[in-house]
Design a protein around this ligand. Structure first.
Ligand SMILES: Cc1cc2nc3c(=O)[nH]c(=O)nc-3n(C[C@H](O)[C@H](O)[C@H](O)COP(=O)(O)OP(=O)(O)OC[C@H]3O[C@@H](n4cnc5c(N)ncnc54)[C@H](O)[C@@H]3O)c2cc1C
Length: 404
């Protein structure tokens, strides 16, 4: 449950509360998380009480309703702590809640969103399959009509964040009602404890180790008619993209938070480590590395905030969001890699947080669209748009193309 007084805070007040939570609870609990191999329960409770599950959900449905610019600023703050914490509630605030909010029925919104905002109803977003990763439109999980109405789901999903802890899953399945590809896919709200539904967490993770993704198998899982998201057949992909675009911008913000902490921790180390008779931080070559990291970090911050501000004007600037996701995730890996180098042996041996974060941020270049997929899609969009009217996608130009 969100602490009642959080609802009385204005955005800057809540941001300050979240910054304090990050410094006083989240960062200090990282050692316990690594030691036990799981996000501690008291941290999950603190996240829920602090309102983190509810930042994107309307006040009328129990959330805090911060706009996208505010959400990314807040994300940049709490992701100075391990991004594993975020992955325990990311599927609620971005992927699932936004798909339900914009594509669900009024009944589904009222049934799901207040519990999600409070951190009491955990959801997972089940799109990826063994044969359908980057090419998600080729998924083969099916939902067919049951003998007595309702739907029967069969199939296999993998790499699903929070599936093992979730109360409900947003499942994308082929209803075969219309075209092949993405057009014949619908979304369903499926209780995780349904008969015939099994989840198995990954036994080994390289990065994000304390929040393993899971596989899900569906063997004739029966759900009733009210499970169809939005009451509309074939509407699965628009709903998925609504959640995914939201989540991509949050991932971009996460990379800014992670790189901020990585750079601060590294500079701190360099100030305290003397070699050749002086702190490493005084060496010109080391400062050049730090300067380059800082410039890249600030470019990612500016791009992410600009995309969020666009989002808040009403339309979803999907190309600019993809650019922010691509640039920020690559930036975080570059910054982390340089900082591991600057730490020397401590970047590989021992408990310094930077090498752990270096492993964690690697995954961010793979989910919510891998970097090569974003490069390909952005390149295609540039060619398509220039061919059509001579401008760039989501262009900032205030006039049309000048024809000669
Ligand atoms: C930690 C983690 C959490 C995840 N959470 C979720 C979740 O909650 N829900 C969910 O549904 N999914 C989730 N995923 C799945 C994620 O979205 C997929 O891993 C991603 O879409 C890539 O699919 P794939 O792993 O099958 O890679 P593949 O599709 O096999 O692609 C492998 C690589 O090939 C390259 N590639 C593929 N196609 C192209 C192309 N057309 N052009 C150029 N290069 C290409 C890219 O480099 C890509 O990274 C998660 C994954 C991870 C690692």
């Amino acid at each position: 449950m969100i602490d009642p007084d959080v609802f009385d805070l204005d955005f800057e007040g809540h941001l300050k509360r979240v910054a304090e939570l990050t410094d006083d609870v989240l960062i200090p609990a990282e050692a316990e998380m690594v030691e036990t191999g799981a996000v501690p329960e008291h941290v999950m409770e603190a996240l829920a009480r602090g309102g983190l599950f509810g930042i994107s959900i309307p006040r009328a449905l129990g959330g805090l309703q911060w706009n996208m610019t505010q959400q990314v600023r807040m994300t940049m703050e709490f992701t100075r702590a391990s991004c594993v914490y975020r992955s325990r509630f990311a599927s609620v605030i971005g992927l699932c809640s936004q798909a339900i909010l914009d594509h669900g029925t009024e009944e589904q919104c009222k049934r799901m969103l207040p519990g999600m905002a409070a951190g009491e109803l955990i959801t997972a977003f089940a799109l990826t399959e063994p044969g359908a990763g980057s090419d998600a439109g080729s998924l083969t999980t099916t939902a067919r009509r049951g003998k007595d109405g309702g739907w029967v789901i069969d199939g296999h999903k993998r790499y699903i964040t929070n599936a093992h802890w979730a109360d409900e899953l947003v499942v994308f399945a082929r209803t075969g009602s219309s075209r092949e590809g993405a057009g014949g896919v619908s979304a369903f709200l499926v209780p995780r404890r349904s008969r015939g539904l099994e989840t198995r967490p990954a036994t080994r993770m390289n990065g994000h180790a304390e929040a393993p993704v899971a596989e899900i198998t569906f063997t004739s899982v029966e759900v009733d008619d009210s499970a169809l998201l939005g009451d509309r057949l074939g509407g699965g992909f628009p709903a998925a993209l609504r959640g995914i675009n939201h989540a991509r911008l949050h991932v971009a913000a996460t990379c800014v938070g992670q790189a901020t902490r990585i750079l601060e921790e590294t500079a701190e180390h360099l100030l305290g480590r003397d070699q050749f008779g002086a702190p490493l931080a005084d060496l010109g070559a080391v400062q050049a590395d730090l300067g380059e990291c800082f410039a890249e970090l600030e470019a990612a911050r500016a791009l992410t905030v600009a995309a969020a501000e666009d989002f808040d004007t009403g339309s979803i600037p999907r190309h600019r969001i993809a650019a922010a996701k691509l640039f920020s995730t690559e930036m975080a890996s570059r910054v982390a890699d340089r900082c591991v180098q600057l730490l020397g042996g401590e970047g590989i041996v021992g408990d310094h947080p930077v090498p752990r974060m270096w492993r964690d941020v690697r995954a961010l270049r793979i989910y919510e669209g891998s970097s090569p997929i974003h490069e390909r899609n952005l390149g295609r969009a540039v060619v398509r748009q220039v061919r059509s009217d001579g401008t760039l996608p989501d262009t900032y130009r205030v006039t049309g193309r000048q024809t000669v």
